[in-house]
Design a protein around this ligand. Structure first.
Ligand code: ATP
Length: 450
């Protein structure tokens, strides 16, 4: 029996090669293949060039048991996947009558006649098969490429994700020949507040490449994930046991930064923790302009714990909405460089909007005004202007005030560019809250001495 143990995903399209479209199909297909027990070994992307596609198919067919090709099945002259498969398999294209009828029916159901150019979509290699597409006009194609010692199956599916996914689920999955003795089980441990290399150092020999379960790390938007994957013949219960053993070791190495597993995001973790304690949260945001609230409200059910927030971008609103004393803020700095209290007339050194004092006042003001049990406040310099030697672009102060009377304020360096600074600031605020809710005393990545 020829099993599909190893797979390659081949993406086709000039728009992918030129960086105009992000190749999300490869990511999705690889995850689904892995879950199904077929190991993705290669990703390749080729332009709308029939020779490049043919060469890629022949090259990959010597290395894997199955190739999934997405894209290039449309009706226009740059859609050449059909031709490339025919060339690679040394076959000729013929018209598939059933496909033609289905494409015509697709148009008829929408009250239109099939444009002549769509007829080409019914073509397939003579020794191959057409795969019906219920969500568009492009049928898929199944073909086989035989070498002396290897047989490689090729499945072509449309590029648009809303056609690609259902065709893979309903048509390709059942064609995959999965070795019943080769099981794959995965687990992901998500961590925040530690850098990827520091985490890798802590994991040490757990990351040895010959190990099974295999352990790897990936960093994305501040979250470092530990990926654990078992592949082998063990029964499900044995595989789950060995996976769990490795998970325990990885968890111990990642303490106290491990916040959740698999698809759980940092914001989902925060909502879960607040819900388990029946506590509420609010926020006062300056440089993130609502980004923290947006992150939290991504989580379904967040309304049970997140009451809302204030966006106090201008200093005037920091004072009028959150009650920050105006003499903390730069707008009241006197020419001598000191601020003068309106109330007392006494000169004090100006602390400015981006300071421990202002962050704390924002958090405490928000705690009272929003009547919440925890209030996070963020104030920082997102750039590109506004930085100074003492407070360079990327300096962010975050404070957390809680109804139990605690007040935590930390300074961070959140990066160099505006988007990164704003994203990291919101994530660091969530990281601080997580430590508070879990009773953890530790520093977070990017935290600065203050
Ligand atoms: P059709 O032309 O019938 O829509 P097709 O199979 O020819 O289907 P392409 O023309 O290659 O598909 O791609 C159509 C669109 O699908 C692209 O413009 C892009 O938006 C999306 N797409 C294609 N490939 C990918 C990919 N790998 N990842 C994400 N989106 C993709």
């Amino acid at each position: 029996m020829h099993y599909h143990a190893a797979a390659a995903v081949l993406s086709v399209g000039d728009e992918l090669i030129l960086g105009q479209t992000l190749d999300t199909n490869s990511k999705w297909l690889s995850m689904r293949l892995l879950e199904a027990g077929v190991e993705p070994k290669f990703h390749m992307t080729v332009p709308d060039d029939v020779n490049a596609q043919r060469d890629a198919i022949i090259y990959l067919s010597r290395l894997v048991d199955v190739i999934i090709i997405s894209g290039g099945l449309g009706p226009t002259s740059d859609d050449l996947t059909r031709n490339a498969v025919a060339l690679a398999t040394n076959d000729e294209l013929i018209e598939d009558e059933i496909s033609l009828t289905q494409i015509e029916a697709w148009y008829e159901a929408r009250g239109r006649a099939m444009p002549h150019i769509n007829r080409v979509q019914a073509m397939r290699p003579s020794r191959g098969q057409s795969i019906p597409n219920l969500h568009g006009t492009a049928p898929g194609i199944a073909a086989t490429l035989r070498h002396d010692h290897r047989v490689c199956d090729i499945y072509c599916i449309p590029g648009p994700p809303n056609e690609m996914m259902p065709m893979f689920e309903t048509q390709i999955m059942r064609r995959l020949r999965i070795d019943p003795l080769r099981n794959t089980y995965t687990r992901t441990l998500n961590c925040f507040g530690i850098g990827e290399s520091d985490l890798a150092t802590k994991l040490g020999p757990l990351m040895d490449r010959g190990r099974n379960p295999l352990v790897g790390t990936t960093a994305s938007s501040g979250v470092v994930s530990i990926r654990i994957r078992y592949t082998g013949e063990a029964s499900r219960s044995d595989a789950v046991r060995v996976l769990h053993e490795t998970e325990q070791l990885a968890h111990a190495a990642a303490l106290p930064y491990h916040f959740g597993n698999d698809d759980e995001t940092l914001q989902a973790c925060i909502v879960r923790l607040l819900q388990s304690k029946a506590q509420t949260l609010g926020c006062v945001e300056s440089c993130t302009g609502g980004g923290l609230g947006a992150l939290i409200t991504q989580v379904p059910g967040s309304s049970s714990v997140f009451l809302g927030g204030l966006i106090t971008y201008a200093n005037t609103l920091k004072t009028s909405l959150a009650g920050v004393p105006s003499d903390f803020l730069d707008s009241s700095i006197s020419k001598s460089g000191a601020s003068v209290s309106r109330e007392t007339g006494v000169q004090t050194p100006p602390v400015g909007a981006v300071s421990r004092e202002t962050a704390c006042a924002l958090a405490q003001g928000g705690l009272e005004k929003l009547a919440v049990m925890h209030c996070l406040a963020i104030t920082g310099i997102a750039g590109p202007g506004g930085g100074s030697r003492e407070k360079p672009v990327g300096t962010v102060w975050i404070a957390l005030a809680s109804a139990d009377g605690s007040l935590d304020a930390r300074k961070f360096n959140c990066g160099n560019d505006r988007a990164t600074i704003r994203e990291w600031a919101a994530k660091c605020a969530l990281g601080m809250l997580r430590f508070k809710l879990e009773g953890i005393t530790a520093r977070l990545l990017r935290e600065q001495p203050s």
